[in-house]
Design a protein around this ligand. Structure first.
Ligand SMILES: Cc1cc2nc3c(=O)[nH]c(=O)nc-3n(C[C@H](O)[C@H](O)[C@H](O)COP(=O)(O)O)c2cc1C
Length: 234
């Protein structure tokens, strides 16, 4: 009998210990709840970076549909002497004042010589060798742009080779290119060269401006550019 009580007592103690053990496990469950919270919070954490990612992406993603891309050279140039702001850049800046657009400058990795004659030699050799000089940087989310205003000087009756590099670096399918060129006269636009290089793009007629006018009579250039923009944008 005594043994029976001892056994019952022992079993009761064991039960209590087990029960307490279960209670003691509850915090584990509770800990699991925080863990779930942690999981939730890690889900949030997962969500948060995702949200941040979206934010970052949306920051990087251009909301603008227009992009102005130009190449322009400073230094000694045809008819204008030593200039601090390139002729094509002057036109690009006027367009940027009038169109809601992002801007990308095509900067060659190796700068062209500042001296005019030297530059023409380098440009000639690049053209003869059909070179594709590299440019610095890249355009994020190029696909999002619909219209590209493309500015370039005329070099040896053609696009500078670095502009070819640029045009061959992106998918222009379905894009609209609106060219603007500066050169020794007021009408030179390299529509056909651009069409060949930017495959799939629709290239509009564009605007040709004499480089000298950009330096010496910027107001007349401003008038021409704004009138032309009204025409091309309806
Ligand atoms: C290397 C080189 C080649 C050029 N070739 C021509 C040309 O073939 N025809 C022309 O009309 N002007 C030519 N020019 C003059 C430029 O097209 C003109 O000065 C242009 O406005 C320069 O633009 P930027 O200042 O934006 O570089 C040439 C100039 C350079 C530097």
């Amino acid at each position: 009998m005594k043994r029976f009580f001892t056994l019952t007592f022992t079993l009761a103690i064991m039960f209590l210990v087990t029960a307490c053990g279960n209670v003691a496990q509850k915090p584990v469950v509770n800990t699991e709840t925080p863990e779930q919270t942690t999981t939730e919070s890690s889900a949030q954490t997962t969500t948060e970076p995702a949200a941040q990612d979206t934010k970052e992406t949306s920051k990087d993603t251009p909301t603008k549909k227009n992009l102005i891309v130009y190449f322009s050279r400073t230094g000694d140039n045809y008819e204008v002497g030593n200039i601090e702001k390139g002729n094509t850049k002057i036109v690009a800046d006027i367009i940027a004042e009038n169109v809601d657009a992002d801007v990308f400058e095509i900067k060659p990795e190796t700068a062209y010589p500042a001296e005019y004659k030297e530059c023409t030699k380098v440009a000639k050799s690049e053209k003869e060798n059909n070179s594709r000089p590299k440019f610095v940087g890249q355009i994020e989310n190029f696909a999002n742009y619909e219209t590209i205003y493309l500015g370039t000087p005329v070099w040896w009756g053609d696009l500078p080779m670095v502009v070819y590099t640029f045009l061959e670096s992106y998918d222009f399918n379905g894009k609209k290119i609106i060219p603007f060129c500066t050169s020794a006269n007021d009408h030179f636009v390299l529509k056909e060269s651009i069409e060949k290089a930017a495959k799939g793009a629709t290239v509009l007629e564009g605007l040709g401006i004499r480089g000298k006018r950009c330096q010496e009579n910027p107001d007349s250039v401003k008038t021409d550019v704004t009138d032309w923009l009204k025409k091309v944008n309806g």
